[in-house]
Design a protein around this ligand. Structure first.
Ligand code: GGG
Length: 348
C-alpha cells in the first residue's frame, strides 16, 4: 500500500497537515504514513533544516505531503540553516521542476475575495511555476564593492532545457483544460525572459490546439485583478510564479485556499499548501486547512492515480464551504479541526 511521507514543518504546518492526514485516512485506512521534522523544527532538533532521514523518507515514499516552513526566530541564521533551505533542498534533490498551483473561487466565497463579486466569480486558472531554477537557485551572495558598500546578488538564469520542459507542462496542462496558455515573462528587460519567450514559441509548434499568448509580468499582475477570467493556464518562472500565485489566492478568497503539486515527471510529487507557516497564528487552531486538504487531493490524483478520490475530496470541500463552514481567514470562526470535521462529514 502507498507510503505517504508527512513533513509538517513549522508554525501552522503541523496543524493543517494533521487535517489533510485525517482526510487521507478516511479515503483509505490502508495508507501508510511516516513523519519527519523539517525546517525550523528540524533545525532545533538536529541542527539542520533538512536532516538526512527526512530526505531519505521523501525519496522512499510514494508521495510527500509538506506543511510549511519559516519562522522569524531563525532570521539571523546563515541561509543553509534557515527553514526555507528544507523546501528548496527537497525540490532540488527530488528534481521537482514543475509546480501546479490551481486558483479557483469556490461557490460561496465571493465575499471573501479581494475582487468585486462579478470579477471574482470568473477566476478558475492554473499557474504552472518553474520550481528549480531562476534567482532561487542561481549563484548568490554578498560582497563589498570598490566603494566599500555591501552588495547582495542573486543570479537569474535559465537554460533552454529548463524552459522547454516547463513549457511542455504548461501546454500539457492547457490541453486538459481550456487550451489557452499565457506565458508570463519580462522579455522587454530581462535576457532570461527573451530566451524564455523564444523557447516557449518553439514548444508551441507541438501543441497547435493551444492558443498561446505572452504577457509581461507587471501586466499579468494587473490583469489578474482586473479580469482573472481571461486566464486559463499561466506558465512562468520561479520568482514570478511565487508572487503571482499569492496574488491569485486573494482573488480566490484566501491564501488558505490554494493547494499545490510539485512534480518531476516520474509520478513522484510533493504536495503543499502555497501558504507559509503563519507564525502569528501558530498553535491557536485558527489556520484554514483547506489548502492542505486540497493538496492531499492533488497527491491522490497526480502520484497515486486515484483521480476519483481526489474528486471526492474537492467536492467535500466545496460542499462544506457551500454550507457556510468558514475559518477566520474566510470571515468565519471555525477552528482548524472543526473545518476538517466539516469537510470529513461531507466525504460520505
Ligand atoms: N508551504 C509553502 C511554504 O512553506 N512556503 C515557504 C517558502 O519557503 N516558500 C518559498 C517558495 O515557495 O518558493
Amino acid at each position: 500500500m502507498a507510503l505517504i511521507a508527512i513533513l509538517p514543518g513549522d508554525g501552522i504546518g503541523p496543524e493543517v497537515t494533521a487535517e489533510a492526514r485525517r482526510v487521507l485516512e478516511a479515503i483509505d485506512p490502508a495508507f501508510g504514513f511516516e513523519t519527519e521534522p523539517v525546517g525550523g523544527a528540524a533545525y532545533l532538533e538536529y541542527g539542520q533544516p533538512l536532516p538526512p532521514q527526512a530526505l531519505e523518507l521523501a525519496k522512499r515514499a510514494d508521495a510527500v505531503l509538506f506543511g510549511a516552513v519559516g519562522d522569524p526566530q531563525f532570521d539571523a541564521l546563515a541561509r543553509p540553516f534557515r527553514p526555507e533551505a528544507a523546501i528548496l533542498g527537497l525540490r532540488k534533490e527530488l528534481g521537482l521542476f514543475a509546480n501546479l498551483r490551481p486558483a479557483k473561487l469556490f461557490p460561496g466565497l465571493e465575499d471573501a475575495s479581494a475582487l468585486k463579486r462579478e470579477v471574482a466569480e470568473s477566476i478558475d486558472l492554473v499557474i504552472v511555476r518553474e520550481l528549480t531554477g531562476d534567482v532561487y537557485f542561481g549563484e548568490k551572495g554578498q560582497r563589498t564593492t570598490a566603494d566599500g558598500e555591501r552588495e547582495g546578488y542573486d543570479l537569474m538564469s535559465y537554460t533552454e532545457g529548463e524552459v522547454r520542459r516547463i513549457a511542455r507542462v504548461g501546454f500539457e496542462t492547457a490541453m486538459t483544460r481550456g487550451r489557452k496558455l499565457c506565458s508570463v515573462d519580462k522579455a522587454n528587460v530581462l535576457e532570461t525572459s527573451q530566451l524564455w519567450r523564444d523557447v516557449v514559441i518553439g514548444v508551441a509548434a507541438d501543441f497547435p490546439e493551444v492558443e498561446l499568448t505572452h504577457m509581461y509580468v507587471d501586466n499579468a499582475a494587473m490583469q489578474l485583478v482586473r479580469n482573472p477570467g481571461a486566464f486559463d493556464v499561466i506558465v512562468t518562472g520561479n520568482l514570478f510564479g511565487d508572487i503571482l500565485s499569492d496574488q491569485a489566492s486573494m482573488c480566490a478568497g484566501s491564501i488558505g485556499m490554494l493547494p499545490s503539486a510539485a512534480l518531476n515527471g516520474s509520478g513522484k510529487g510533493m504536495y503543499e499548501p502555497i501558504h507559509g507557516s503563519a507564525p502569528d497564528i501558530a498553535g491557536e487552531a485558527k489556520a484554514n486547512p483547506c489548502a492542505a486538504i486540497l493538496s492531499a487531493a492533488m497527491l491522490l490524483r497526480h502520484s497515486l492515480g486515484r483521480g476519483d478520490d481526489a474528486d471526492r475530496i474537492e467536492a467535500a470541500v466545496a460542499d462544506a464551504l457551500r454550507d457556510g463552514a468558514r475559518t477566520a481567514d474566510l470571515g468565519g470562526s471555525l477552528s482548524t479541526g472543526a473545518m476538517g470535521d466539516a469537510i470529513l462529514s461531507k466525504l460520505g
